[in-house]
Design a protein around this ligand. Structure first.
Ligand code: CP
Ligand code: NVA
Length: 300
């Protein structure tokens, strides 16, 4: 097993299934008394805001017996020019693991190369693998399987979409992505997944993507760091909205997912996100269980 979890493909398909199994055991409460990480310290280094990732990691770390040290990177010497490499080497002398949320994916690669301790990706511009773990757990719970489940992702080919593409390779999900031209997911990630036998298709029309879909999924049109593109993106993505009309074209028992935070009235309507078909709160809960399973697997 890799020391780090920078992308979903740091896991094999088998490791991913083991993690999902363990996460559901943890969720069922069977092992609530076990504190495998007692006495350990995990750093949470955040360059961007967060509700779910920060709080679910912090709570999960506590539940496993360790302490979480949350640091906004603006308060670190990193913010005044200390290098990522020096920071990694020093933190490895204090901590047993690092969760980091940042912009460039290369930053966490540099951190992981220089830290002898596990580094977990809490979101970069390119990947959001912890989100994909919770997504897979949620689909498994609601649909009973992952293989051949048709997931229609509507919207921006961003970090969340990239990690779902990697999830398709590990789990056999049948992924159809509808995005505007020029806003496709990362080309290299697509190529790697397709050459490995993953089932992923890109279409331009949301209506085409949702036909026969078991799961509809969307994310914000404007990711953190893209705030200057708000007006342009709102125009380009206008027809990539999950609304009741689009939902009615999917299978009648389709579920609706969103990594949250949602921009209600933009990528998803109130009516849909608050409907009985929406599973977004269960999905957010599963961040906690999957990340606890992840920490158990990685932190020694
Ligand atoms: N889905 C997710 O990562 O949410 P936060 O930005 O609140 O952590
Ligand atoms: N794509 C979004 C996900 C937020 C959890 C972003 O990067 O801002």
């Amino acid at each position: 097993m890799n020391k780090d979890f920078l992308t979903l493909l740091d896991f094999s398909s088998e490791e991913m299934h083991t993690l999902l199994q363990r996460a559901s055991e943890l969720k069922s409460g069977k092992e609530s008394a076990s504190c495998p990480l007692i006495g350990k310290s995990i750093g949470l280094l955040f360059d961007k805001t967060s509700t779910r990732t920060r709080i679910s990691f912090q709570t999960g770390i506590y539940q496993l017996g360790a302490q979480a040290i949350y640091i906004n990177t603006k308060d670190m010497q990193l913010g005044r020019g200390e290098t990522v490499e020096d920071t990694a080497r020093v933190l490895a002398r204090y901590l047993h693991g690092i969760v980091i949320r940042t912009y460039a994916h290369s930053t966490i690669e540099k951190l992981a190369e220089n830290a002898g301790i596990p580094v977990i990706n809490g979101l970069t511009d390119l990947h959001h693998p912890c989100q994909a773990l919770a997504d897979a757990m949620t689909i498994m719970e609601k649909k009973g399987q992952l293989k051949d489940v048709r997931l229609a992702y509507i919207g921006d080919g961003n970090n969340v979409a990239n990690s779902l593409i990697e999830a398709a390779l590990l789990t056999g999900l049948d992924l159809v992505i509808a995005c505007p031209r020029g806003y496709d997911p990362d080309r290299k990630i697509m190529e790697r997944v397709l050459s490995g036998g993953g089932r992923v298709r890109i279409v331009s029309e949301p209506e085409e993507a949702v036909r026969d879909a078991d799961v509809l999924y969307t994310d914000t049109w404007i990711s953190m760091g893209q705030e200057r593109e708000v007006e342009r993106r709102k125009k380009i993505f206008a027809k990539y909205q999950i609304n009741q009309k689009l939902l009615s074209l999917a299978r009648p028992d389709a579920i609706v997912m969103h990594c949250l935070p949602a921009h209600r009235g933009e990528e998803i309507t109130d009516e849909v996100i608050d409907s009985p078909q929406s599973v977004v709160i269960d999905q957010a809960e599963n961040r906690l269980h999957t990340q606890k399973a992840l920490l158990e697997m990685l932190i020694k």
